[in-house]
Design a protein around this ligand. Sequence first.
Ligand code: F6R
Length: 248
Amino acid sequence: IPTHIYSDAKAASRAVAREIAALIRQKQSEGLPCILGLATGSSPKTVYAELVRMHREEGLSFQNVVSFNLDEYYPMEPDSLQSYWRFMKEQLFDHVDIPAGNYHIPDGTVAYDKVAEFCRHYEDMIEAAGGLDFQLLGIGGNGHIGFNEPGSLSNSRTRLMMLDHSTRAAASMDFGGLPRTPRKAITMGVASILNAKRVVLLAWGERKAPVISSAVEGTVTEHNPASYLQTHPNTLFVIDGAAASGLT
Ligand code: F6R
C-alpha cells in the first residue's frame, strides 16, 4: 500500500485536505457533485479543521458535496454528546456551506427490527449518488476500518456490528466507563469501502505502529480488516513518523 510519512499529523492533514479540496473543485468545474465518505474519531479532526480554514480563507465551497459517514453507535440519539452526528456537525458541517440534506450518517435511532432495511437503504443511497469518489478512513488498534472489526469479510456491506472489547475500551472514556459504552454500531461494510474510487487512511502516533505495519506489510487477512486495502488499486496511507515506526 503506498504510504506517505509526514513529520506530524498537522502537515499530513494539510496534504489530505488539499487533495479533498482539489477533488471538490474539479467536480465543481465539471458541474458534478463530489461524493465523500467520511470518518469520525480523533484522526480526521485535523483534516476537517484544515477544510474549514480553506472554506473561510480560500473560498472553498461545499455546495456540491454529498457525504456519507462510515458509522454510528447503536443505539445512539443524534443530540447525544458522543454521537457521530454531533461530531460531524461540530467538526465540519456547521462551519461550511454544505446543504443540510447533503450529508448522511447512519441513524442510531432506527428500531432494531428495521436496521437491516435501513442498512440496505444506506447502500442504495450511495449507489444512487454514483458511488464514493473518495473515502477517508482512520484505523483501530485492532485493524478495524469503519467499525468492521476483525472477522469482517471482504464482501461485507452496511450492517449492525458487535464492537470488539478493545474498541469499547478505547471509547469508554467518552462514555463514562465501559458499562455505559454501546455494544453495537451500524457501519458501512468492507465492500462498501473498497468500492470507493479513492481511499485515504490516516494514522497518528506510536499506538498505531503495529497495526499499520501488519496492514501494509502483512498478509491480507480478516484478522486485520485494514489489510483488505492491499487489494484496492487506489489507496494511500497517510501517517506520521511514530505510526511508521514499525515499517521495515
Ligand atoms: C470512525 C471509525 C473508526 C476510527 C478508528 C480510529 O468513524 O470508523 O474506524 O477511524 O477507531 O479512531 P481514532 O482516529 O480516534 O484513533
